[in-house]
Structures are given as structure tokens and as C-alpha cells.
Ligand binder design. Structure first.
Ligand SMILES: [Zn+2]
Length: 91
């Protein structure tokens, strides 16, 4: 069982349903939920799960992560646009 730090329990907990993930830079991490409280938890570093999914998954995940970051950037931009509209409506 993988262990990771749970920010809610403030201690190391077993990770349930661990998923091998890669960020936009190709760094390996594992995401799962705390076995005790169910809070989402992240543990950095490659595991045997990452070895099992291989380098193809690393590239696909990297692309998906970059897409997600692009979406977040667009969301932030549209939020700023809404804020400007609100500011403009008030003056
Ligand atoms: Zn917890």
C-alpha cells in the first residue's frame, strides 16, 4: 500500500485508489484518496504503477496536463474579462 501525507489528518495515511499520473513536465506523481477521511492526496515520485503504464502514458499524460493548464489559463482570462465588465458597469 502506498502512503502519503494527508493534509486533513496531518499525518501519513494509506492511499486508496492510487492513480499513476504525470505532470506537464513529465514528473511522476500518484494521486489517490486518504483511506481514513477520503481527502484527495498526492505523492510525488515514480512508483511501480508508473513503471507498469510506461513512457507512452507519460507522454499522453503530459499532453493532457498541458491541455488542462491551457484550460485553466483560459478560465482565468475569462474571469478577468468578467471582472473588467463588472468594473466597467459600476463606473
Ligand atoms: Zn485523511
Amino acid at each position: 500500500m502506498l502512503q502519503a501525507y494527508c493534509v486533513k489528518c496531518k499525518t501519513q495515511r494509506e492511499m486508496q485508489n492510487p492513480q499513476p499520473m504525470f505532470n506537464a513536465r513529465g514528473a511522476a506523481y500518484t494521486q489517490g484518496t486518504c483511506a481514513v477521511c477520503g481527502t484527495k492526496m498526492t505523492r510525488w515520485g515514480a512508483t511501480e504503477l508508473h513503471a507498469a503504464v510506461g513512457d507512452g502514458a507519460r507522454e499522453r499524460e503530459g499532453e493532457r496536463a498541458r491541455e488542462r493548464e491551457g484550460e485553466r489559463a483560459r478560465e482565468r482570462e475569462s474571469e478577468r474579462a468578467r471582472e473588467r465588465e463588472i468594473a466597467g458597469a459600476e463606473t
